[in-house]
Design a protein around this ligand. Structure first.
Ligand code: HEM
Length: 405
């Protein structure tokens, strides 16, 4: 356990080692709303208890995403203008109008059509590696399914999907040397993705199809069409939100099982038990908390758990800490496939921004993990896994496994 509050450090180097559960324990106990300095930017209030994370998520009047974005960095006005074109960085009422519009692509009908294809996609992914002794789980399994699903959703042809993979790595991998080789590379990736999106937009304007980009280019908000920039920003949000998170969640799920052979054996023995797989999926989600945190900015003087906070300050909510708060989850460091209830905050705390892709992600995780274990019940680690250096996504870069041990 970190000995004192002076040792708290929630910046990127810490996460490259492990999720700092020890620090969260100290914070939840001694300073649940903790002032954290930042070497480059203005400091922030770190919120770590389950109830407080949920309360902040649900109060968009006081805790805005539009004022300063959802990221820790301080952006200048020009950069803020750009990020405010994505749903995550809009406050109601603007957010509500856009969310309604975008929800056209997330109707139960659209989702169930995608889900129908997830079985086939997961089976094909494991078929392709069936004869191999060892595979790199992150790239060959975990990355593939979300990538194929998001590409189908936005209408990117199969042969282009690896470009989307590369762009989203470079966009969110800014703090990890394996992904971003030069400081300009993140911006270059953004430029490439915008150009690609422009071509899709032009095509859907001329030849509308039954996909989300066609719905968006023809949709209107308050009588206006979405601008090219707004469409670009939504495309990026979907590529990143739909890809990185689900990929990492799958990698953490397998890592949890590799460390717990008795749980793997239980799941293999009950491979057709739907209820067990549904509850295991929720535990994968609680355990793997794919996003470390999101930021809000206070619109007025307020307080959280008795700590006064002035208007205009940064408040950062830590999902993995909420998900292991012992006042809410008994024995929180035990991976329990039958945990009920399991109202983790991995998709957010239930406010206006609650994850639009939650049900899609649930289906992907449940189907992919079940199919993988069905085919490779004796899977075991073939070397150490490597974590991503990021204070934003809970990434695993490499997870080598032996399939038929
Ligand atoms: C395991 C996978 C995923 C995790 C852990 C995750 C997590 C999150 C979280 C924490 C938020 C913010 C919630 C809040 O502020 O209250 C969010 C928002 C969002 N997610 Fe996900 N997500 C996942 C998968 C997906 C997928 C597959 C898609 C799309 C296909 C998606 C699309 C979105 C969008 C569009 C938003 C913004 C919603 C808004 O601002 O109104 N997510 N997600």
């Amino acid at each position: 356990m970190a000995a004192t509050l002076d040792e708290i450090n929630l910046l990127e180097d810490t996460w490259a080692e492990a999720v700092p559960y020890d620090q969260f324990e100290v914070l939840r106990d001694q300073a649940p709303v903790f002032w954290h300095d930042h070497p480059e930017f203005k400091g922030f209030w770190a919120v770590t208890r389950f109830d407080d994370v949920r309360a902040v998520s649900r109060d968009h009047h006081t805790f805005s995403t539009e004022l300063g974005s959802t990221f820790l960095a301080d952006y200048d006005e020009a950069a803020l203008e750009l990020v405010r074109m994505t749903l995550l960085n809009m406050d109601p009422p603007k957010h509500s109008r856009y969310r309604r519009l975008v929800s056209a692509g997330f109707t139960p009908k659209m989702i169930s059509r995608l889900v129908d294809h997830i079985d086939e996609k997961a089976a094909a992914i494991v078929d392709r590696i069936a004869d191999r002794e060892e595979v790199e789980f992150v790239e060959e399994v975990a990355a593939e399914l979300p990538l194929q699903v998001i590409c189908e959703m936005i209408g990117v042809p199969d042969e282009d999907r690896h470009m989307v993979f590369d762009w989203s790595n470079r966009l969110v991998g800014g703090q990890d040397p394996d992904f971003r080789t030069t400081p300009e590379d993140g911006e270059a990736a953004a430029a490439e993705i915008y150009a690609y999106c422009d071509a899709i937009v032009a095509d859907r304007l001329a030849n509308p199809r039954d996909d989300i980009m066609s719905a968006l280019v023809h949709a209107e908000v308050d009588g206006d069409r979405l601008s090219t920039q707004e469409l670009n920003m939504f495309f990026v949000l979907l590529c990143v939100a739909g890809n990185e998170t689900t990929r990492n969640l799958l990698a953490h799920s397998l890592q949890a099982l590799l460390e717990r052979p008795e749980i793997t054996a239980d799941l293999v023995a009950n491979i057709d038990d739907d209820a067990l797989w549904a509850s295991t999926t929720e535990e994968f989600l609680r355990w793997g908390s794919a996003i470390h945190n999101f930021r809000r900015t206070t619109t007025r003087d307020t307080e959280i758990a008795g700590q006064p906070i002035a208007a205009g300050e940064k408040v950062v909510i830590f999902y993995p800490s909420a998900n292991t708060d012992p006042t809410h989850f008994s024995d929180p460091y035990r991976f329990d496939p039958r945990r009920t209830p399991n109202d983790h905050l991995t998709f957010g705390g239930g406010g206006a921004h609650f994850c639009l892709g939650a049900n899609l992600a649930r289906a992907e995780i449940k189907i992919m993990m079940r199919e993988f274990l069905r085919r490779f019940p004796n899977v075991e680690a073939a070397g150490p896994h490597r974590r991503m250096r990021s204070d934003f996504v809970n990434g695993i870069k490499h997870l080598p496994v032996r399939l038929n041990a």
